[in-house]
Ligand binder design. Structure first.
Ligand code: GLN
Ligand code: ZN
Length: 601
């Protein structure tokens, strides 16, 4: 399926090229000398068709006036090194910050690069908030400079022009970094070790001077050091069918239980209370009272709407990752460390600064308070280890990430245990970024999936069979990883389907490697655990009508027995207002009553 889509995409290339040629011409006419063409796709394992497409595309563009530099980043060129180096352009940019052997990588590229082309080396990491290791960079750039000039066969002029084949830059753009560190209250042990976008720009200038010998290194490697001991990942007791039977007996829910994904509107009042609390205008206890009032209203509303499994609404959380990072040791939060998440929305990704652990319970008071207000089951709400790590600033090497993910999993595991002890019978561990962290190179996929699944399972492993574990996923296409989602073995997964179309449900009927990469035919065992396919798209303010929502359930029950289906929106409701939310959920509950009659009869 993926191959077929890619094939269709490539068919459009020839229509696109004249548009690019025209654009480049216009830029040339305006006096633009250089144009950077971003090609991060060169970091993927491209098949022959795509590699040929690169040659076709740039052959077609080479007549145009501005000089072109093709920029690759986020990983190494891998198997595309030869293709990239031999494109008919004036130079290429590579990102060495993602390479485990940057020196060898640079040598490999220079060996492939025709001697008339320039090389731009990205030495300053555009995805990390740590300073650059100047000695290491100097070593790499000095050698690169020598090699480039040897191959260039030109006598050294001594006036600085001998290094004109070498450019120095950031690995990738600085879009993903916070802007400036200078206004931050950096803790003593981190002073001099961090760099945000502005500081990275200064680093680029320094690195260029290191390459020419104009400057000598004065900043050494800064990174986090972790305790070497790593505990093993645990798994829960029991198989799904036994667990689910026990949970059903305990929870006593109707057919097609209704629930939501966790958050309710983050109203202006909530944000105001938090602002006042942060500014010291509201005491801790006044702030807690304000949040409790929100929780109370949220619970009352859900009861009135007739939902079956309630949530506390996440009023106290600015963001699902930041909230937990505030409580966990090993994270540091920059006050103004905002980066764009999507559109006009911004988040402050926490920075991993050491071993991660949980000094105390993080959610138990809020969730227990919410549970005390109702006889219906309250679903505890946690963010999973894969998402926590993926939406933080953390080292990029897989081995360190594996350790950190498991440390976070252990913290979540302890929280699950505390929630359970406090009488919470359903706990959701959100993993919207479960697929997003997948490495770009195929060779690293298997290990990533194993570690991601193992860490999720470890986080849930303190749950007794009677405690129901939910997870939630969205924002990605999950067609190619359903067997890994199965392996997570959550009792219930609520998953975005309303927006991504219903094909996802179709994919749930097969179990195994559904992308067929190994050419095998799949066993039609199907997804074994329970699913809540999102019945409406929360990104729209419109209230979904009953018919549109019923289609999702009608479709889902073809593949998943009705006893294992749940009904819910496709994501959290924090971006909507209360009026919209009430109307949408009223329609959802009404639809559920209709569908229950239809399938029970
Ligand atoms: N529980 C979170 C919420 O409802 C999940 C958010 C998400 O999926 N990104 O806001
Ligand atoms: Zn979501």
């Amino acid at each position: 399926m993926i191959n077929c889509c890619q094939f269709i995409k490539l068919e459009h290339l020839d229509k696109l090229l004249p548009v690019y040629a025209d654009l480049l011409n216009q830029l040339g006419e305006q006096g633009v000398d250089w144009v950077q063409m971003d090609e991060p796709i060169l970091s993927l394992d491209l098949d022959g068709q795509w590699q040929q497409a690169f040659e076709r595309a740039y052959n077609g563009l080479q007549q145009t006036p501005p000089q072109i530099i093709v920029a690759n980043y986020f990983d190494t060129l891998g198997n595309n090194c030869h293709i990239a180096c031999n494109l008919p352009v004036s130079g290429i940019h590579i990102d060495i910050t993602r390479s485990s052997q940057p020196k060898q990588y640079v040598t490999q590229v220079i060996d492939h690069l025709p001697s008339h082309k320039l090389l731009s080396i990205g030495v300053v990491d555009g995805l990390s908030v740590w300073t650059t290791d100047q000695a290491r960079v100097q070593d790499i750039l000095t050698e690169a400079n020598e090699r480039l000039n040897t191959y260039h066969n030109q006598p050294k002029t001594g006036d600085g022009k001998d290094n004109q084949r070498l450019w120095v830059g950031t690995g990738s753009s600085l879009l993903h970094l916070p802007v400036d560190l200078t206004s931050e209250d950096v803790p003593e042990n981190l002073k001099g070790k961090l760099a945000f976008a502005k500081q990275k720009l200064s680093e680029v200038v320094i690195c260029a001077k290191l390459a020419t010998g104009e400057l000598q290194p004065d900043v050494t490697a800064t990174d986090i050091s972790l305790s070497p001991t790593q505990s093993d990942a645990q798994v829960r007791d029991g198989v799904f069918s036994d667990r689910y039977a026990k949970q059903e007996a305990k929870l006593n829910l109707p057919l097609l239980p209704t629930t939501t994904i966790g958050s309710f509107p983050q109203t202006a009042e909530i944000r105001k209370a938090r602002r006042q609390w942060n500014n010291g205008e509201l005491s801790d206890s006044d702030y807690q009272d304000a949040m409790k009032a929100e929780i109370r209203q949220c619970v009352t509303d859900q009861e009135e709407l007739g939902l079956d499994v309630l949530v506390h609404g996440e009023a106290e959380r600015t963001d699902m990752v930041e909230y937990f990072a505030q409580y966990l040791d090993g994270f540091w939060l920059a006050k103004n460390g905002w980066v764009q998440s999507y559109g006009t929305r911004c988040v402050r990704p926490p920075i991993v600064v050491g071993d991660i652990s949980r000094p105390k319970a993080m959610t138990v008071d809020w969730i227990s308070y919410a549970q005390s207000l109702t006889n219906k089951p309250m679903k505890g709400m946690l963010t999973g280890p894969v998402t926590m790590l993926n939406w933080s600033f953390a080292p990029s090497d897989a081995a360190t990430r594996d350790i950190l993910r498991l440390q976070i999993a252990e913290a979540i595991n302890q929280e699950v245990s505390d929630l359970q002890d406090a009488g919470i019978g359903i706990i959701q561990i959100d993993e919207p970024a479960f697929r997003e962290g997948l490495p770009l190179k195929q060779a690293e996929h298997a290990s990533y999936w194993k570690q991601a699944v193992d860490s999720f399972k470890h986080s849930a492993s303190s749950a007794q069979p009677e405690t129901q574990i939910h997870t939630h996923m969205c924002y990605s296409s999950f067609h190619d990883c359903l067997h890994h989602i199965s392996a997570m073995d959550a009792d219930v997964i609520t998953i975005e389907t309303a927006r991504s179309g219903l094909q996802l449900l179709d994919a749930f009927k097969v179990d195994g490697n559904i992308d067929g990469a190994d050419g095998s035919t799949n066993t039609e065992r199907g997804y074994q655990n329970a699913i809540g396919p999102g019945v409406y798209d929360i990104h729209s303010p419109r209230a979904p009508d009953s018919d549109a929502m019923q289609i999702v359930i009608d479709e889902a029950q073809k593949y998943i027995p009705i006893e294992r289906l749940w009904i819910n929106p496709d994501c959290g409701l924090k971006t909507r207002n209360w009026e919209e939310v009430r109307q949408q959920l009223r329609n959802m509950v009404e639809m559920t009553h209709i569908v229950r009659k239809k399938y029970v009869a």
